[in-house]
Design a protein around this ligand. Structure first.
Ligand SMILES: Nc1ncnc2c1ncn2[C@@H]1O[C@H](COP(=O)(O)OP(=O)(O)O)[C@@H](O)[C@H]1O
Ligand SMILES: [Mg+2]
Length: 454
C-alpha cells in the first residue's frame, strides 16, 4: 500500500486550488492525494465541483465513483460509474469498479461480465481478491431457473430515468400568477443563480419550496415551468413513485432520485402530491414508512450529499397533513399558495385548450374568462369538454361537423361547478384555527378576510 501523503504537502496544494479552481489537472491531483490520505469527504467535494465544470471528464467521474464506494454510498457510486460507462463504454477501470460494486451487492453474474470486460480492455487490471470472490460464489444457477432474489439490481435504471425531462415550457406558458412567479424567482431561482450574493447577505439558500392550493390550479404546471425558466432538468416524482417507495427497497430509490438530481444539476426535483410521502408520522404504524420519511429528511437536509444546484419543490393539496418535521428551517420552509387562475389566466388557459378546435367567429374567450371565476384549470378543461359534447351531438344529427359556438360554452358554464370552493372551505378552517406563524395568511388574504401584506 502506498505511503500516506504528508498532510503538510496537501495543504498548499489545496490553497493553490482555491486560487485556480479551474485548473483541472491540479484538482485531480489534489483529490487523488486526499483519497490516499483517506480524506474522502474532501475528495468528494473536489470531484463534485470539478464535474460541474467538466461534467463528462472520466477521471473526475471515476474518482467520484471510487470515493462514493469508499464512503459506502453504493447507489451513488453506481449512478456515477454507469453514467461514466454510458459515455465511455471502453473504460477499463470503470468496468473494474462496476464489477466490484456489483459483487458487493450480490449481483454476481453481471459482476463477472463486468470484470471480464475490464480485463478485455486492460489485462493489467487483474484483481486477485475480486476474482476469488467471483469464483467462490459461483454456485451453479440453473440456466433457465428463477434468479435468486439477491441478484435484484440495486439501481433500477428504468425507475431512475423515467421521470427525467427537459421542459420546453417556461413562465410565459403559465397564464397570470405574476405574484407566485415573482415569489419563485425570489425564493429559489435567484439563490440558485447568485449563491455567493445570497451568502454575502447572510441569506440562507437551499431547502425546498412547497406549492399548495386547490387541485387543478397549476401546481404541477408551474413546477415544470420553473425548470424550463432556468433551463434546468426536471425530475417529476409522482404519487405512484412515492407509493412504490413504501414497498421494499424504498429508501434506496429515494436516495437514487436525489443522487440523479445532484448529477443533473441544475435540476428541479419535484415531489408531486408530497403528502403521500410526508403524511403525519403519527399515522404511520409501519416502521417502513418512518424509514422513508427519515431518509427523505436526511436527503433534503443535504446530510447525505450537498444539494447544490438542485431546486427541491413539492406540491400538495393538503399542507396541513404534512408532518411538522417537513416544515423546519432548511426544509420546506418556503410555502406558496397557488390560487385558482385569475381572469387573465383563465383566458390564457382557454386559449391554449381551444387552440386546435373549430371555433365559430362569435366565440369570445374574454367573456368566458369573466364568467368563470373560481374555476380551476381542470374545471376549464371540463367546461370545454361539455361544450364539445353538445356540439358533437348536434353535428351527428346534422351529419356534418359544426364549429363550437359561444352559446355552447355559455351553456357549459352553467353545468360545470367550480371545484375550488370546497377546497377553500376546508382551507379557511385551517387558516383560521391552526395558522401557526401565519403560514396560511395567503389563504385569508385571498378570501378577503385579511389585508394583503405590504
Ligand atoms: N395558470 C395556468 N396557465 C396555463 N395552464 C394552466 C394554468 N393553471 C392550470 N393550468 C392547466 O390546468 C391543468 C391542471 O393543472 P395542474 O398543474 O395539473 O394542477 P395541480 O397540479 O395544481 O393539480 C393543466 O393542464 C395545466 O396545464
Ligand atoms: Mg398536480
Amino acid at each position: 500500500m502506498a505511503a500516506l501523503p504528508d498532510p503538510s504537502a496537501i495543504q498548499p496544494l489545496l490553497e493553490a486550488l482555491t486560487f485556480s479552481p479551474d485548473n483541472l489537472p491540479l484538482r485531480k491531483h489534489v483529490a487523488g492525494l486526499l483519497v490516499q490520505a483517506q480524506r474522502l469527504p474532501e475528495a468528494e467535494e473536489l470531484y463534485r465541483t470539478g464535474l460541474r465544470q467538466a461534467p463528462t471528464d472520466t477521471d473526475l467521474q471515476l474518482g467520484l465513483a471510487e470515493v462514493y464506494t469508499g464512503l459506502h454510498k453504493t447507489s451513488a457510486a453506481f449512478v456515477v460509474v454507469e453514467e461514466l460507462l454510458a459515455g465511455a463504454p471502453e473504460h477499463a477501470r470503470a468496468h473494474l469498479l462496476h464489477a466490484r460494486l456489483l459483487a458487493q451487492t450480490g449481483q454476481l453474474e453481471p459482476a463477472r461480465e463486468a470484470y471480464a470486460t475490464a480485463l478485455h480492455h486492460n489485462p493489467t487490471l487483474e484483481d486477485a481478491a475480486l476474482a476469488a470472490q467471483l469464483r467462490e460464489s459461483a454456485t451453479p444457477v440453473p440456466a433457465q431457473g428463477p434468479r435468486p432474489t439477491d441478484t435484484t439490481p440495486v439501481v433500477d435504471e428504468q425507475a431512475l430515468f423515467a421521470g427525467l425531462e427537459k421542459p420546453k415550457i417556461n413562465f410565459a406558458d403559465v397564464g397570470g400568477m405574476e405574484a407566485v412567479k415573482e415569489e419563485i424567482r425570489l425564493k429559489i431561482i435567484h439563490p440558485l443563480q447568485f449563491p455567493d450574493l445570497y451568502k454575502a447577505y447572510g441569506k440562507a439558500t437551499g431547502g425546498g419550496l412547497l406549492l399548495y392550493g386547490p387541485p387543478g390550479c397549476g401546481k404541477t404546471h408551474l413546477a415544470r415551468a420553473t425548470a424550463g425558466e432556468v433551463q434546468a432538468s426536471f425530475i417529476n416524482v409522482g404519487i405512484n413513485d412515492i407509493l412504490d417507495m413504501w414497498l421494499g427497497n424504498s429508501e434506496k430509490n429515494l436516495h437514487q432520485l436525489f443522487q440523479m438530481a445532484r448529477l443533473q444539476a441544475p435540476c428541479v426535483l419535484f415531489f408531486d402530491e408530497v403528502d403521500a410521502l410526508a403524511a403525519n408520522r403519527h399515522d404511520l404504524r409501519q416502521s417502513a414508512g418512518r424509514t422513508v420519511i427519515n431518509q427523505f429528511l436526511a436527503e433534503l437536509d443535504g446530510a447525505v450529499s450537498a444539494n447544490d444546484g438542485v431546486l427541491i419543490m413539492a406540491a400538495t393539496n393538503a399542507p396541513w397533513h404534512l408532518d411538522a418535521a417537513f416544515r423546519r428551517p432548511g426544509r420546506f420552509d418556503r410555502i406558496v399558495l397557488v390560487t385558482p387562475p385569475d381572469e387573465a389566466a383563465r383566458q390564457a388557459v382557454l386559449e391554449v385548450m381551444l387552440r386546435d378546435k373549430p371555433l365559430a367567429a362569435n366565440v369570445q374567450m374574454a367573456t368566458l374568462a369573466a364568467k368563470t371565476a373560481g374555476f380551476s384549470g381542470a374545471d376549464l378543461k371540463a367546461l370545454v369538454d361539455v361544450a364539445i359534447e353538445t356540439r358533437l351531438r348536434e353535428s351527428m344529427k346534422q351529419g356534418r361537423p359544426l364549429p363550437l359556438e359561444q352559446a355552447d360554452f355559455l351553456q357549459a358554464v352553467g353545468q360545470v361547478r367550480p371545484s375550488t370552493k370546497e377546497w377553500f372551505a376546508t382551507a379557511k378552517n385551517y387558516a383560521l384555527y391552526s395558522n401557526e406563524g401565519g403560514v396560511y395568511d395567503d389563504i385569508l388574504t385571498y378570501l378577503g378576510i385579511k389585508k394583503p401584506r405590504d
